[in-house]
Write a protein that binds this ligand. Sequence first.
Ligand SMILES: Cc1cc2nc3c(=O)[nH]c(=O)nc-3n(C[C@H](O)[C@H](O)[C@H](O)COP(=O)(O)OP(=O)(O)OC[C@H]3O[C@@H](n4cnc5c(N)ncnc54)[C@H](O)[C@@H]3O)c2cc1C
Length: 466
Amino acid sequence: MIETRCSGIHEIDIRSLHLQELRKEYSGKVIAEGDPEYDQARRVFYGDFDMKPWLIIQAANISDVARAISLACDTGLELAVRGGGHSVAGFGVTDGGIVLDLKNMKGIEVDPHSQTAWVEAGNTAREFANTAGEYGLATGLGDTGSVGVTGATLAGGLGFLLRKYGLTIDDLLAAEVVTADGRILHVDSEAYPDLFWALRGGGGNFGVVTRFQFRMHEVGNVYGGMLILPALAGVIESFISEAEAAPDELTTIANLIPAPPLPFIPPEFQGRLVLMGQLLYAGSAEKGEEIVQPFRDISAPIVDMLKPMRYSEIYASEQNMLSPKVVSHTMFLDRMDHDTAKTIVEHLQESNAPMRAVQLRALGGAMARVADDDTAFAHRQSRILANLGSFFNGPEDKEPRQLWVEEFARSIHQKDNGAYVGFLSAPELGRIADVYPAPTWSRLREVKSKYDPDNIFRLNLNIPPE
Ligand SMILES: Cc1cc2nc3c(=O)[nH]c(=O)nc-3n(C[C@H](O)[C@H](O)[C@H](O)COP(=O)(O)OP(=O)(O)OC[C@H]3O[C@@H](n4cnc5c(N)ncnc54)[C@H](O)[C@@H]3O)c2cc1C
């Protein structure tokens, strides 16, 4: 254990620190402005967060993590804790503070007999899926291969197995956490149960997770992939209705976007609004083929790439996702009726943004069979998740794109006011009551007061100590 002094009294002035001496304390890399790797190391997934940290510590092990926490305590500098760097609100980087980047902590230990795995905090969804896939196993994570296992899990984790096996947190068995005072805790349902509850949806508020233990499922071979349909209101309505009626083995995502110029999309459809569906049936190919047939029957597919495949193949190439600048709004819908679908199509068609999108995910299934207060993620009964987004080029068009997204969200708002913390963008950080219902919020504040009374871990949707 490395003693830390998070007393609120910051005893070290950074001007008194010698970088060369500091570097010697860490097994991993310590990067500062002027180092050749600095610009690359401060970069996060989204291109709008151009911040300059004082130091970037790329931890190699748990001692580096504890030392970095101690340094943040001693100096009082803001600490950004980073896994995959996909925070929509830009929490993976800080101006003038310390970035603790765990991306090099990539260990994965699979125990095929118990069908569990210990996964270090630097892994991405794709890396975990690839390793687990070698054993014919999988734990559901996000829809994008480069999303960090840690950030997604701490938010809840909505992936391609959510209707069959629930959220990622429903497969979380234990976590190893370094707290603000430097303790290394093994956290599970019996040891520190309050913290275990809070980690499952409460984000990075309570400490730095160095590894997670997950339950895995026999999901080696699946049936699914991409199905592109025309984005007509009736098609959207039918897609969501089929997705909600399908057995739990099927989880779907519908992305409504102008078709990108990809080689497998016929040129006459490129640039036109399409429904780019991703379907995953966690079961046999024969049954999968039968279950996805109603989706093929909605309208003649523009592209049909549904096939038997390995689970990890669901993660598409991300070549066209380099540092996007995006404004977004996340929400839940109670239903997809014709008027809502029509409004969505109209909004997407009227915008001239280089890329704009609505992502729809039919929820339910195993996710909804967990009680709201079992985990800090409390939106178990929400029916459909909708993310609205628009790319922008720079400061000149950011505000109008932001206003477009907000007006769009108002135009399709129904009764469910909830929001998923994992998709919350910077302008939405005031939506705390939408993310955490009152009972969840007061419980989270109690846990925060116990494990991080000085709010060292504050660069997140912050839960202030009581
Ligand atoms: C393209 C894209 C696709 C996405 N798809 C999905 C999806 O399908 N399902 C879903 O549920 N979410 C999805 N998300 C949201 C995603 O889960 C969150 O943005 C998540 O926080 C990203 O985790 P990260 O590790 O990549 O990000 P980071 O920016 O590295 O981390 C995000 C936050 O998590 C916390 N954190 C990270 N590592 C640690 C750690 N070791 N210990 C303590 N706290 C830590 C910190 O508060 C940090 O600010 C997506 C996001 C993007 C950008």
